[in-house]
Design a protein around this ligand. Structure first.
Ligand code: PEP
Ligand code: MN
Length: 341
């Protein structure tokens, strides 16, 4: 439920509303102060009848309305939280004016490979280093990542470059381990509906980047984000990484629609991943530009020192030179949309 209050309410009035909500069984309340009204969003599930709670609230002169959110997600919805969420990771703000670029290899393969890539992407202007230590794989026989050794290399790269790191966690049993090393936890496309994993990362005090399931609708994706927020972690970043369609020239179909759609429905930041979204390095830069033009808050770009030698996702990885070129191109697009790159 959200409660709309007059813009001139006092703190005491707001406290009264929060008290009624908590007395009715809601766990907490989120307060948004807008220019025209104040919105109080109730968190949790009430123990009393919603119509009765609403009646009680409406007896207060400063309550303009109460609205029951009909969508299957609430905490991540725009109605509940009208202002944009900005997630801070060190000095980096995701969802603010700056377009945030997360770049690095698909997988951490060796110390030399990771450190050289980290130093390069930093020098080219990336804000966050990515690299998989636990790799999901369609085949049980392919590379599954270096595990904890990969996490240690990511920590070393962070120390050398100052870049925060994002890496995937695939299993509830690894959440504690990955949280010790990573600045942002990534939930991959194959785990978007792994509800126990979503709940587990919902208990963590670090941001989570939730990739869209390759066959999931926007509504299902937002419900997955709700699982994380409902456990108490509001720092969720959405990532559009392409969906499965009949088209097979590209690895996936990057759903550019999803970016403005999610911006309309949710307050969470959205990152575009044209690397997995296309599967072809030649298409990465144009689709990256399209994602920023459509309103994405940032990009996830796979970069490798020698893509033909990559253990994973070589065909979609940019060389150092191509990555530098893309970073230059983003400036104009960002400026045209009122952002900074
Ligand atoms: C990745 O980021 O390397 C990855 C495996 O992504 P996705 O889950 O989108 O396939
Ligand atoms: Mn990859």
């Amino acid at each position: 439920m959200i409660v709309i209050l007059r813009v001139d309410v006092t703190e005491r009035d707001i406290d009264q509303v929060v008290k009624v909500l908590k007395d009715s069984g809601y766990r907490d309340a989120h307060i948004s102060r807008g220019l025209e009204r104040v919105v109080v969003g109730a968190i949790g599930r009430p123990q009393q009848d919603k119509a009765l709670i609403s009646e009680r609230l409406k007896t207060m002169s400063f309550v303009e309305d109460t609205i029951s959110i009909s969508k299957p997600y609430k905490l991540v919805s725009k109605e509940f939280h009208p202002e944009k969420t900005v997630i801070k990771v060190g000095d980096v703000e995701i969802g603010g004016e700056q377009i945030v670029v997360m770049a690095g290899p698909c997988s951490v393969e060796s110390r030399e490979q990771l450190l050289s890539t980290a130093r390069f992407v930093k020098s080219a202007g990336a804000h966050i280093l990515r690299g998989g230590a636990f790799k999901p794989s369609t085949s049980p026989y392919s590379f599954h990542g270096l595990g904890e050794e990969g996490l240690k290399l990511l920590a070393e790269a962070r120390q050398q470059t100052g870049l925060p790191v994002i890496t995937e966690v695939m299993d509830t049993r690894d959440v504690e381990l990955v949280t010790r090393y990573a600045d942002i936890l990534q939930i991959g496309t194959r785990n978007m509906t792994n509800f126990s994993l979503l709940q587990e990362v919902g208990l963590v005090e670090k941001p989570v980047m939730l990739k869209r399931g390759m066959s999931s609708t926007i509504e299902e994706w937002l419900q997955a984000a709700e699982y994380i927020a409902d456990k108490g972690n509001p720092a969720v970043i959405l990532c559009e990484r392409g969906i499965r369609t009949f088209e097979n020239f590209t690895r996936n179909t990057f759903d550019v629609n999803a970016i403005p759609a999610v911006k309309q429905l949710s307050h969470l930041p959205v990152i575009g991943d044209p690397s997995h979204g296309t599967g072809r390095w030649q298409l990465v830069a144009p689709v990256a530009r399209a994602a920023i033009a459509a309103g994405a808050d940032g990009l996830l770009i796979e970069v490798h020192p020698n893509p033909p030698q990559a253990l994973k996702d070589g065909p979609q990885s940019l060389t150092f030179n191509d990555f530098r070129k893309l970073m230059g191109e983003l400036k104009g697009i960002a400026a045209a949309t009122g952002r900074k790159a």
